[in-house]
Design a protein around this ligand. Structure first.
Ligand code: IMP
Ligand code: MG
Length: 175
């Protein structure tokens, strides 16, 4: 079987949408400071491009959450492999994620962060794949694009750790 990548969201479309989201965040957080919490590794490209477009004071921190498994499917169990460096109590926090798929990762991470009593906690996801949702006890406050149930690679998203560095979002196909 040969792997093939079909371009799905172009670099231009990504940057345009990210600029729109940044404008929204700039408006919503006017006069405040924000802490962006990136879920590594997938969220890194999105966080960088988004952060560069924010005009409010912005800090960055990182979490590595893993759901065991390296293929097309993730298992249900979430482990925190790297936690935040910063304390979030009383701060305005936005979690930045590449894609919400089953929702298990975000369900776990949002609960964990909420317990630390931030002043506010929102979620910004580049992609939403609602057809696959299993856990939905959280809201996506800022969403880039809704995608169907296909396997996405590029712009942070991987297949067995490959393709993260593509500047566009593609669909992985086999022939
Ligand atoms: P969850 O199923 O919502 O917990 O998503 C867990 C993680 O699986 C996401 O943060 C992504 O890193 C990864 N993931 C989910 N769907 C895709 C996909 O279509 N392509 C690549 N990675 C994905
Ligand atoms: Mg991820």
């Amino acid at each position: 079987m040969n792997e093939k990548i079909r371009e799905y969201i172009s670099e231009e479309q990504l940057q345009k949408r990210i600029a729109e989201i940044a404008d929204e965040i700039n408006r919503d957080y006017e006069g405040k400071k924000v802490l962006l919490v990136c879920l590594l590794k997938g969220g890194i490209f999105f966080m960088c491009d988004l952060a560069k477009k924010l005009k409010i004071p912005t800090n960055l921190d990182f979490i590595i959450a893993s759901s065991y498994g390296n293929g097309l499917e993730s298992s249900g169990e979430i482990a925190i492999k790297k936690d935040l460096d910063e304390t979030i109590m009383g701060r305005d926090v936005i979690v930045v994620e590449d894609i919400v798929d089953s929702g298990r990762t975000l369900s776990h991470v949002m609960k964990m962060l909420e317990e630390r009593q931030p002043a506010s906690l929102k979620l910004c996801a580049l992609l939403d794949k609602p057809d696959r949702r299993v856990a939905d006890d959280f809201a996506i406050d800022y969403c880039g694009f809704t995608v169907p149930d296909v396997f996405i690679v590029g712009y942070g998203l991987d297949y067995a750790q490959r393709y993260r560095n593509l500047p566009y979002v593609g669909v992985l196909e086999f022939d």
